[in-house]
Design a protein around this ligand. Sequence first.
Ligand code: TRH
Length: 326
Amino acid sequence: MLSTTSSQAPHAPSLALFCKVVDNYGDIGICWRLSRQLQREHGVAVTLWVDDLASFRRICPEVAIDQKTQQVQGVTVRHWRDQDGAFGVADIPDIVIEFFGCDIPPDYIKAMSQRAPRPVWLNFEGLTAETWVEGCHTLPSPHPQLRLTKHFFFPGFNERTGGVLYEAGLEQQRQEFADDEAARHAFLAQFGVTTTEAEAFKVSLFCYPQAPIADLFAAWRDGDRAVTCLVPEGVATDAVQAFLAQAPTAGANATQGALTVRVLSFVPQPDYDKLLWACDLNFARGEDSFVRAQLAGKPFIWHIYPQDENLHHVKLQAFLNIYKAA
Ligand code: TRH
């Protein structure tokens, strides 16, 4: 596990984390979570290089999308515009992490090779429960020309992997929230959730566009239990729009039969945990929401990201194997 004891390093190590947003919010979601945790709990001076500030802003509204460099919650955020740029050894921190094999600028790598001591260089890979990662976690990958070695870091679900991100104090916060009905109601009320809606069976719905949501809505609508379904803006838009008979923008809501659907604005990342904690059932999708849904301790449905040649079936089965055994 990456985490849990809170300590301030006597000599704060410095670290640069490079994040390329390939799609959606998982890339920046994981990098932002890791950055904050390293800074808060381990006293690391973190610089987060990210190429897509607009996506970042959706999960962290403090981010300004027009700034080259900014401070956000103790983390230095730099807009990673391209592979150009001249770097010297003074620009290189103690640790460099590239997320998911994103190529960091060549001149930066050259400066890394000239620094004494050379930085620790990690490639932070994607999360999977497949067993092959256990043999690959921490493997070295020497640079073909320079005196530099990159090591693989594979997150995972056991001690032979790098674990998952899990903040100190998270369980206590979750428990306090669970014990505080007024706090839960106030949290939901900010999205317009009424007392009646809050007393129904509450579901958060974060899925990919392929999910058969129209059928799911029809089943809930015709069921005999009141259901409140909370959907972040931009998720399952066709089915939500059809149900609401209006644009699925934040605040839009409608009730048909036993089902109320309500669209929420995207919430800042720490509030996404609260949303999971406040609901009775959660639908999660990419790596990060999938882990957070588990940490929430509530029943969840994983709408795993569909991949070519049904590769996601292998990933899903690998997870089910360890989940059933646990
Ligand atoms: O956005 P995702 O679908 O991202 C995924 C993953 O990156 C996956 O690896 C990749 O293959 C796939 O895209 C293409 O789902 P994920 O990983 O759950 O990330 C969502 C992030 O957004 C997570 O950090 C939680 C955060 N979030 C908020 O902060 N506020 C919100 O309101 C919501 C709904 C999510």
